[in-house]
Design a binder for this molecule. Structure first.
Ligand SMILES: Nc1nc2c(ncn2[C@@H]2O[C@H](COP(=O)(O)OP(=O)(O)O)[C@@H](O)[C@H]2O)c(=O)[nH]1
Ligand SMILES: [Mg+2]
Length: 307
């Protein structure tokens, strides 16, 4: 199914419609942060913790840089290789290449498939910074932001406006110097947000937690798994799951609307007599491509007036 989704196969769309009613039970965790901070290593360790609690776990590693770097996807998979024989663990990489509707929609499609298959925890790994079109908060119930010791990364995180989307902050590689300083700095920033009356997180009064980990040897990962589960419990206890679900599904609906509108309208326009006429005018030099495109799109105002 995920292969069909990646290929934009029309069968995927039909199958997703059938699968959708069976989804909606999983706890979806987003793990984001700059390349190299240890997200994949951390997720590998998280899988171990969640498996101890007998959860079925799926991971989608989304790396938009992979079509260029090539090695990133393989690296992610290698780092989680020890779970390869566990039939209650599923790990898949998805690339942005070929995704008409952007990575958010393809990832959501894949989440629906895994959710319907009964995976209880679905982890999405994504490179955080500067991905405007990939809004992890609209895909996950709980978002973990991974940083490493050192002021530079901390400041960069805040600059990117990521602080607001984080439910749990992780200072990984805390075997390196200055981990406590980074924890302190993040705690302070969260406090500042709270006292300055800005929303700490989007829709809750959940106070984000800051945790230290060493992903390589699993230090602090049990606590991290616990923190994610307690955030989920917090959402359930405060009736925030429905609210979150509504936001997630509306966002998905909007990305579908965008895709389908573009797809169908483009098909319609390209097949129209007007389009053929205009193409001829471009070829004979009577009309330039810019005015031609504008002319055709302006014709759509007919729809607007009828609505
Ligand atoms: N010293 C140290 N290195 C780590 C730790 N966690 C991960 N790494 C290393 O950091 C590098 C990048 O890790 P990776 O999980 O691929 O990072 P990602 O790009 O965020 O997914 C790898 O060489 C890891 O072995 C840690 O806690 N301490
Ligand atoms: Mg990775």
């Amino acid at each position: 199914m995920i292969r069909l989704i990646e290929d934009n196969d029309p069968i995927a769309f039909e199958m997703l419609k059938l699968l959708y009613p069976h989804a909606g039970h999983a706890f979806i965790i987003g793990i984001t942060g700059s390349p190299g901070v240890g997200k994949s290593t951390l997720i590998d360790a998280l899988i171990t913790q969640f498996r101890k609690l007998d959860f079925k776990v799926a991971v989608i590693a989304v790396d938009p840089t992979s079509p260029f770097s090539g090695g990133a996807i393989l690296g992610d998979r290698l780092r989680m290789q020890r779970h390869a024989t566990d039939e209650k663990v599923f790990i898949r990489s998805m690339a942005s290449r070929g995704q008409r509707g952007g990575l958010s929609r393809a990832t959501k499609d894949a989440v629906i498939v895994l959710d319907a298959m009964g995976y209880e925890i679905i982890i999405i790994e994504t490179v955080g910074a500067g991905q405007a079109e990939f809004d992890i908060a609209s895909l996950a119930h709980s978002t973990g932001i991974v940083t490493v010791p050192g002021a530079a990364d901390g400041i960069q995180t805040v600059k990117a406006g990521i602080l607001e989307t984080g439910d749990i902050f992780i200072v990984n590689k805390s075997d390196k110097p200055d981990a406590d300083a980074s924890v302190f700095q993040l705690d302070m920033m969260i406090d500042m947000r709270k006292s300055s009356n800005l929303k700490v997180t989007r829709e809750t009064n959940w106070t984000p937690r800051v945790l230290k980990t060493i992903a390589q040897n699993g230090t602090g990962v049990k606590e991290l798994a616990g923190a994610f589960l307690s955030h989920f419990d917090f959402m359930k206890e405060n009736n925030l799951i429905d609210q979150k679900r509504n936001a997630m599904e509306t966002s998905y609906f909007h990305s579908l609307l965008k895709d389908l509108t573009l797809e169908k309208l483009l098909l319609f326009m390209k097949g129209s007599e007007d389009c053929k006429k205009v193409e001829k005018k471009i070829q004979s030099g009577v009309m330039n491509p810019l005015s031609a495109a504008e002319f055709l799109v302006n014709k759509l105002i007919i729809f607007k007036n009828n609505a």
